[in-house]
Design a protein around this ligand. Structure first.
Ligand code: FES
Length: 266
């Protein structure tokens, strides 16, 4: 009978330098830190503004307020009813935002990004950890990151809600219309699909737990598409942060009267 024991932890080599890397290894975590901080600050301000989120004339609803389910929502913007209490600390889209937040926070890419840039654990390859001990994601609270596989389904549902908003916005007042705002909202939905369906969980859903791909040609085909998206997951993660902010900013700027929407069809 053999027994298995965990390999002994080797101490770090006795090197005086903090790292032997001479390149600008700090640049990526710094840019990530600044980018995520800026985005989270903007999103937080906008979510709690509770104004400038809907253009009734064109049916534009910013994704930061979708679905608008607070009793404080403008009735025309509430495509799925109004039932949450109207309170300054409850976002109008409180039904979707917490799940989207957990979905992004527990995303495999964002985990790497903020572990490196905010937690310095480690800040880069071959650079020592900013903390003395390291337990990975084996204990509370980080073991909760496993919830990601479940939030994927909710995120997919919310993308469908965003898609519905974008389709409704093409028929303001019951007649077809198309403006720059429609293109921005539609592009945002497409990009959100590319990010959401390139998720590692989606890859597992489509191709995981199969012994023989040859016996599941359709799942295999879908898995190859998801895998192609997954290979660029970091890119889609950043692009969708940009598209979400752009869509929200555009609607806010129109609502504030900073400029008017260019219309191709009215
Ligand atoms: Fe990034 Fe699932 S791994 S969204």
């Amino acid at each position: 009978m053999t027994s298995t024991t965990a390999p002994a932890r080797r101490p770090r080599a006795a090197i005086a330098e903090r790292t032997l890397r001479t390149d600008r290894w700090w640049l990526a975590p710094l840019v990530t830190f600044l980018g995520l901080t800026a985005w989270v600050t903007y999103a937080t301000v906008r979510v709690f503004m509770q104004s400038d989120y809907w253009i009734g004339q064109y049916g534009y609803l910013t994704p930061f307020y979708s679905p608008c389910v607070s009793t404080g929502c403008i009735p025309e913007a509430a495509h799925f009813g109004r039932f949450l209490p109207d309170h300054p600390l409850i976002p109008y889209a409180a039904l979707s935002l917490p799940f989207l937040l957990v979905f992004r926070i527990s995303c495999y890419y964002y985990r790497k990004a903020y572990y490196r840039s905010f937690w310095l654990s480690p800040p880069a390859c071959a650079v020592p950890d900013g903390h003395k001990s390291y337990s990975g994601e084996t204990r509370f609270p980080l073991i909760m990151q496993n919830i990601h596989r479940y939030t994927f389904y909710l995120a997919a549902l919310i993308v469908a809600v965003n898609a519905w908003d974008a389709i409704l916005a093409m028929f303001p007042g019951g007649r077809f219309g198309l403006g720059v705002g429609n293109l921005i909202l539609l592009a945002n939905v497409v990009l959100l699909c590319l990010y959401t369906f390139g998720c590692h969980s989606c890859r597992h859903v489509t191709g995981g737990r199969l012994k023989h791909f040859s016996k599941h040609p359709i799942r295999y085909r879908i898995w190859t598409w998801v895998s192609a998206l997954n290979a660029r997951h970091m890119m889609w993660a950043w692009i969708t942060l940009g598209s979400l902010a752009l869509a929200d900013f555009y609607v806010m700027a129109l609502a504030a009267g900073w400029f008017t929407d260019f219309r191709f069809f009215n």
